[in-house]
Ligand binder design. Structure first.
Ligand SMILES: *[C@@H]1O[C@H](CO)[C@@H](O)[C@H](O)[C@H]1NC(C)=O
Ligand SMILES: *[C@@H]1O[C@H](CO)[C@@H](O)[C@H](O)[C@H]1NC(C)=O
Ligand SMILES: *[C@@H]1O[C@H](CO)[C@@H](O)[C@H](O)[C@H]1NC(C)=O
Ligand SMILES: *[C@@H]1O[C@H](CO)[C@@H](O)[C@H](O)[C@H]1NC(C)=O
Ligand SMILES: *[C@@H]1O[C@H](CO)[C@@H](O)[C@H](O)[C@H]1NC(C)=O
Ligand SMILES: *[C@H]1O[C@@H](CO)[C@H](O)[C@@H](O)[C@@H]1NC(C)=O
Length: 471
C-alpha cells in the first residue's frame, strides 16, 4: 500500500527565513488571537534517536477534518521557523488540495518555535533531524487516532516523512530526508539584485549608490547626527565596531530583502501588515528624482517601512540585538523564533544574506560578520559552522537527492530559490520553477490577479499529488 502522508515544510508567517523581522521586533506579529481553530497538544518525545531517553514534552498542533473522506490521505504542514499560524487551517492552497483529494490536515508547530517548548534550555535539541522524528510521531499518534488510512504499520520513522520545502506535495513510500543545502554565500542578495532589476534596470543600481553612500558616511562621526534624524533612530548612532556598522547597514538593507522575498504574496490572511509594499513601490521611490539623491530616497524607503509597520523609531543598536539574542528566557524578545532560527543557520544550514558578492546591491555586512554571531550567541566557531553545513548536505543529500515523489516548487523572485531545486532531478523528483513569483507564492490562497504561471503551478502540483496518491 502506498503510504499516504503528505508533508509540507513551510516557511510561514512573518518569521522569515531571513529573520530580519525578528530583529526589528515590531515587525513580528503574533498570529491573530481567537482564530477558531482549536489549539491541540501532542505528547512528544524529546529524543527520537535514543530509545532509552523517555523524556517527553508538549508540542502544539492544529487539525482540520472538514475535507476528510474515509480512506483519504493525510496532509502535514510544518509550521516553519516561527509560531504556527492557525490562519492556515482556514485558508491556503493546501486546503484546496485537501478538498480535491479528501485529506485530513495537520499543522504542526516546529519544536522550539512559537509555543512548542521541548526543554527550558538547550537549543541543541532544536535541529531539523530531530524535528523529523517529531513529525513522524505526530502522524503515528494522531493519524491513527483519527482513523486515516495509510498511517498505520511500518517501523517508526520509516513510514512517512516526506519533507519538502514550502509546499511539496510529496508522497514518499519510504524514509525520505529533506534536502537542505546550506552554504554561507551571497546568492540571496544576487537574486535581490535581479528581482529589483526586473522592475526597472536602474533600481538596484540606485540602491547600490545609496547603500554605498551610507556606508561612506558611517566612516565620519560628524554625519551621525544627521543619520540619526534621517532614519529616526531610537538612540544616537554609535559606531564603535565593524559589527555596529554591519548591523546598521544590514537592518536598512533588510527593508528591501523583506519586500523582495514576499513580493505580491497573497498573505494578508496571515494578519501581516504591509502586503501592499511591493518591489514596484520601493523601486518607485528609488527612481523618484524629486525626492533628492539616492541616499535621500533610501531614507524615504526606510521611513515608508517604519510607517507601514507602525514603528516610532528604528533600533539600530548591535548591542541591543546581542542582548535580545542572548536572552534565553521563553519570554525573551527573540524567543518566538529569532534566536532559534539563527541557531539553526549556525548549526545546520548556513546560507547567510551577506554582501560578499559584487553582483548585489548592498554594502558592509560580509559573511564573516554573521558567522561571528554564531560564536557570540551559541559558542559555535566558524569552522564548526562550515562543518555543520557540510554535514547537513551530506545527511540530506544536498542537490543529489535520491528519492521519489517529491515536488520542489520555487519562485524566480524569491531569493531563497538560489538554494532550491529548480530543475527536475528525475521524473519522480520534479521541480516547478515559477517565473515572477516570490517566496512560497504557490502556498498562499489563489486570487484573481495571480500570474497565469502561478495558477498553472498550483494545478500542476495538484495533478502530481493525485497521480502519486493513486499508486
Ligand atoms: C546635516 O544636514 C544639514 C541639513 O541638511 C546639512 O546642512 C549639514 O551639512 C549636514 N551635516 C553633515 C555633517 O553632513
Ligand atoms: C498600504 O495600505 C495601507 C492600509 O490601507 C495604507 O495606509 C498605506 O498607505 C498603503 N501603502 C502603500 C505603499 O500603498
Ligand atoms: C515623487 O515624490 C514626490 C515628492 O515626495 C511626490 O509628490 C510624487 O508623487 C512622487 N512621484 C511618483 C511618480 O511617485
Ligand atoms: C529576558 O527577556 C525578558 C522579557 O523581555 C526580561 O524580563 C528579562 O529580564 C530578560 N533577561 C535578561 C537576562 O536580559
Ligand atoms: C565553547 O566551545 C568550546 C569547544 O567546543 C568548549 O571547549 C567551551 O567549553 C565552550 N564554552 C562555553 C562557555 O560553553
Ligand atoms: C524553494 O527554495 C527553498 C530553498 O531555499 C526554500 O526553502 C523554499 O521555501 C522555496 N520554496 C518555495 C515554494 O518558495
Amino acid at each position: 500500500m502506498a503510504l499516504r502522508c503528505v508533508a509540507a515544510l513551510s516557511l510561514l508567517a512573518v518569521a522569515t527565513g531571513r529573520f530580519q523581522g525578528f530583529r526589528r521586533g515590531n515587525v513580528l506579529h503574533d498570529p491573530p488571537q481567537g482564530a477558531e481553530s482549536e489549539e491541540l497538544w501532542f505528547t512528544q518525545r524529546l529524543d527520537h534517536f535514543n530509545g532509552a531517553d523517555s523524556r517527553v514534552w508538549k508540542q502544539r498542533y492544529f487539525t482540520n477534518d472538514a475535507f476528510y473522506q474515509p480512506g483519504g490521505p493525510v496532509f502535514l504542514m510544518i509550521g516553519g521557523e516561527g509560531p504556527a499560524n492557525p490562519a492556515w487551517m482556514k485558508e491556503g492552497t493546501w486546503l484546496t488540495y485537501a478538498k480535491e483529494v479528501g485529506a485530513l490536515c495537520f499543522l504542526l508547530e516546529h519544536r522550539f518555535y512559537g509555543k512548542s517548548h521541548p526543554t527550558t534550555s538547550g537549543l541543541p535539541w532544536c535541529g531539523a533531524r530531530g524535528a523529523v522524528g517529531c513529525h513522524g510521531a505526530v502522524l503515528r499518534g494522531q493519524c491513527g487516532a483519527q482513523g486515516a488510512a495509510g498511517c498505520h504499520g511500518g517501523a517508526p520513522g520509516e513510514r512517512w516523512a516526506a519533507m519538502v520545502r514550502c509546499f511539496g506535495g510529496s508522497v514518499a513510500p519510504r524514509k525520505q530526508r529533506a534536502a537542505m543545502v546550506g552554504r554561507p554565500g551571497s546568492e540571496y542578495l544576487e537574486v535581490v539584485w535581479r528581482s529589483l532589476a526586473s522592475e526597472s534596470a536602474d533600481c538596484p543600481v540606485l540602491v547600490k549608490q545609496a547603500s554605498d553612500a551610507l556606508a561612506e558616511r558611517l566612516k565620519d562621526p560628524k554625519t551621525f547626527e544627521n543619520i540619526t534624524k534621517d532614519f529616526k533612530l531610537c538612540s544616537p548612532l554609535q559606531i564603535q565596531s565593524e559589527s555596529d556598522s554591519a548591523y546598521f547597514l544590514e537592518t536598512l538593507a533588510g527593508n528591501f530583502m523583506d519586500v523582495v522575498q514576499y513580493n505580491e504574496d497573497n498573505r494578508g490572511f496571515e494578519g501581516v501588515p504591509g502586503t501592499n509594499v511591493t518591489i514596484k513601490v520601493l523601486c518607485g521611490v528609488m527612481g523618484n528624482t524629486s525626492m533628492g539623491d539616492p541616499y535621500s530616497r533610501y531614507v524615504a524607503v526606510a521611513r515608508l517601512m517604519m510607517d507601514t509597520f507602525s514603528m516610532k523609531c528604528l533600533d539600530s543598536s548591535f548591542n541591543n540585538y546581542v542582548r535580545d539574542m542572548t536572552n534565553t528566557s521563553w519570554d525573551g524578545p527573540a524567543a518566538g523564533g529569532g534566536r532559534q532560527w539563527v541557531y539553526q543557520t549556525c548549526s545546520e544550514f548556513g546560507f547567510y544574506q551577506s554582501t560578499d558578492s559584487p553582483n548585489q546591491p548592498f554594502t558592509g555586512f560580509p559573511v564573516g560578520y554573521q558567522v561571528k554571531q554564531c560564536a557570540r550567541f551559541y559558542n559555535i566557531s566558524a569552522e564548526e559552522v562550515a562543518e555543520a553545513v557540510a554535514q547537513t548536505n551530506e545527511y540530506y543529500g544536498g542537490y543529489n537527492i535520491r528519492s521519489s515523489r517529491i515536488v520542489f516548487p520555487n519562485g524566480s523572485v524569491d531569493p531563497w530559490h538560489a538554494l532550491g531545486i529548480t530543475q527536475d532531478i528525475t521524473a519522480e523528483l520534479p521541480a516547478v520553477f515559477i517565473k515572477g513569483t516570490a517566496h512560497c507564492a504557490n502556498m498562499y490562497p489563489a486570487r484573481s490577479q495571480d500570474l497565469p504561471q502561478l495558477s498553472e503551478a498550483r494545478d500542476h502540483v495538484l495533478l502530481l499529488l493525485q497521480q502519486w496518491l493513486k499508486r
